[in-house]
Write a new protein. Sequence first.
Length: 166
Amino acid sequence: MRLLVLLLFCISLGANAQLTANKTEENRQAVFQEIISNPIQLTNFISEVRKNEEAKMILMKGHMEQMESGNMKMMMEKNPEMQENMQAHMQKMMENNPEMMQKMHSKILDKMMESVKGRKMLMDKIQSNGKMKEDMKAKMMQMMDQNPEMMKEMMQKLKGKMKNKG
């Protein structure tokens, strides 16, 4: 009999704990909804998050995932004012940080080089810009001076083109 009473007591404790867990989750969801539905509370919450290093890192990670997934681009397209502000902010950051500008240019160049269309666009840009064209020629000459094998290859290609024309 004692065993039965003890068993019933344990079962009631387990059920009570489950009810408490469900109620806690419901309360948590209600608090979340309250915060995100009120712009002032949301701003205050974000302000508190920015005071905590670990929370800031989580927020930044989420932001980066949004940018990489393309969701941020869609959001910007729907909100031109936000897009303008973001572009102005990026421009300012790049002006203040030449290293960041170099990394961004490098990423853009890498992205362009991945596709035939991007490479063609880049070559057209170089050909239409006198300074870029001269810089590219100088760089090619420097590379061929440093790499005789490359120079041989280039000369053979040129000879092949000359034969085809003549």
